[in-house]
Design a protein around this ligand. Structure first.
Ligand SMILES: [Zn+2]
Length: 356
């Protein structure tokens, strides 16, 4: 310890202390002073969703489980992430909806790590006779075994997770009736959003949540589609402003209306796109032009977006042509400040707490 202190002192004296500290923080972002932070791991499931939240007390919430099959690739990646975060079980697994890139990984996940409670929006509404139905049935079979509890979520519910507040915004096509604190004002961005036909798939049923940790606010609406965004956000914005947006629907153009993206005014957006899934050019442009946006982070380079529409290379976890499964990790503080760590580059970008 004394040697380390002496070295730090010498390094600071030499004017390179900051560099040294930056490297140390990148190597082990969940240790030391980060103990009081909310950790959010954006697992790369190649164009599906899987986002792991771990509170300072070690309580955990996983939003979606990635794809089935692929020899358990996605479940393996989630479990590796959970172990790195010090977890032996996942307390809550929230299923946004029953498409295969969200619920598909459930059977393989429960075969690898215990799950305390599943949370969902109720029955599958998309009888496609294919992967959506079979994915839902496989999930029901896991629930029927009785190893985990299950919560049916309704808009306005606050989920029983300690250490952060998880409020249900949307579920089964319905929305919160009362605005959140800071919400309720007229939405000036509705006029810039075209009207689109109703989406009849499970996407529109997505179980969406707001997560707050002290002053830090994050929004994840699953794959909620454009028409539902307009219903939720117009004419008044019930959500107010958010610090972090998990971009809906992997950045596909069927979601991310200006009425949603611009109105919530995110500082950072994180897109769980694959190389050829999501990451649509119009959506990349909408997010880049969003007022107040400091950085778009992407799990993958988007082939469709090309060099002119993808975010800068250092904010992409997995560059073109790679499938190495690099993750992004966000560490949030209660004062509203946060860091984002890119596991590929080992670099961390800091976002200071806003003056408010
Ligand atoms: Zn999806």
């Amino acid at each position: 310890m004394r040697v380390l202190k002496a070295f730090l002192g010498a390094a600071a004296f030499a004017g390179v202390g900051l560099m040294f500290l930056g490297t140390a923080s990148a190597r082990s972002p969940q240790q030391g002073e980060d103990g009081a932070k909310l950790k959010i791991f954006f697992v790369d499931v190649e164009g599906g969703q899987s986002t792991l939240f771990v509170t300072p007390a070690g309580e955990s919430l996983l939003i979606d489980t990635g794809w089935q099959g692929r020899e358990g690739r996605d479940a393996d990646r989630i479990v590796a992430m959970a172990k790195q975060a010090g977890l032996k079980k996942i307390d809550y697994v929230l299923i946004t909806h029953y498409h295969e890139d969200h619920v598909g990984g459930v059977p393989q996940l429960v075969a690898r790590i215990p799950v305390g409670t599943f949370i969902d929006h109720g029955p599958n509404r998309e009888m496609d006779g294919g992967v959506t139905q079979s994915g839902y049935e496989a999930y029901q079979a896991v629930l029927a075994k009785g190893g985990a509890k299950r919560i049916l979520a309704r808009p306005g519910d606050v989920l029983p997770i300690h250490g952060m507040k998880v409020t249900v915004i949307s579920a089964d096509g319905e929305f919160i009736k009362q605005p959140l604190p800071g919400g309720g004002a007229a939405n000036q961005f509705c006029h810039a959003s075209e009207t689109r036909p109703a989406d009849a798939t499970e996407n529109s049923r997505s179980l969406g949540v707001e997560i707050t940790f002290g002053k830090l606010k994050l929004l994840d609406l699953g794959d909620l589609t454009w028409d539902k965004e307009m219903q939720l956000m117009c004419p008044a914005n019930p959500l107010g402003k958010m610090d972090i947006l998990i971009v809906s629907h992997h950045g596909w153009y069927q979601s991310s209306s200006p009425a949603l993206v611009d109105a919530i005014h995110p500082r950072v957006a994180v897109m769980d796109n694959g190389e050829t899934k999501g990451g649509s050019t119009p959506t990349l442009k909408t997010i880049a032009a969003s007022p107040g946006l400091e950085t778009l982070w992407q799990l993958h380079y988007s082939v469709e977006g090309g060099p002119e529409n993808n975010t800068q290379a250092q904010y992409i976890a997995n560059p073109a042509g790679t499938d190495a499964g690099y993750y992004l990790e966000l560490s949030g503080a209660k004062d509203g400040g946060f860091d984002v760590f890119n596991a590929r580059t080992n670099a961390t970008k800091k976002y200071a707490a806003p003056a408010r």
